[in-house]
Ligand binder design. Structure first.
Ligand code: ZN
Length: 157
């Protein structure tokens, strides 16, 4: 079950963050905002025929969060290409970087690789790395569950 409160969301984000990219000063309110951004980004996965509508919404998100290519670094750290200004809030920075990443996938004609698990009661999404972009499930347990459900449905007929 997805986290429901800001504190639960903050704990989930902290648990998933790599040690070298600690969310640092992220608050429960920030976590709530990030959950909203995740919901805004979710339609990009499995968009199919709705891709133009999804692209328009994604463009609005990029503007709203100040997405802009920007080189970050200094004399002690190598330059890296980010998609937010150095003075962006953490929420805007993550929104801009995540939105840009999805826009880049869509913009190179790979929108079909942004998949959504087709198993009942699963809300996970994935980047499909199969050769023919044919992946339907987030993992083997969802695939096996769906196969078992389909098998039982066929036996009932
Ligand atoms: Zn799944």
């Amino acid at each position: 079950m997805p986290p429901r409160s800001g504190d639960e969301r903050l704990a989930a984000i902290t648990a998933q963050s790599a040690a070298d990219r600690s969310p640092g000063t992220l608050t429960a309110a920030d976590a709530d905002q990030l959950a909203g951004i995740a919901a805004d980004l979710r339609p990009a996965f499995g968009a199919g025929e709705r891709i133009l509508e999804v692209a328009a919404q994604l463009n609005h998100l990029l503007v709203r969060h100040g997405a802009v290519p920007n080189l970050h670094g200094d004399s002690d750290r190598p330059l890296v290409l980010a998609f937010h200004r150095t003075d962006s809030s953490l929420v805007d920075a993550w929104a801009a970087d995540m939105g840009t990443a999805l826009a880049m996938v869509i913009g190179v004609g790979q929108a079909a690789r942004l998949g959504a698990c087709q198993a009942d009661k699963c809300c996970l999404v994935f980047f499909d790395t199969t050769r023919n972009a044919s992946r339907r499930f987030c993992d083997l347990s969802c695939q096996n569950r769906a196969k078992a459900t389909a098998y039982r449905a066929r036996r009932r007929v």
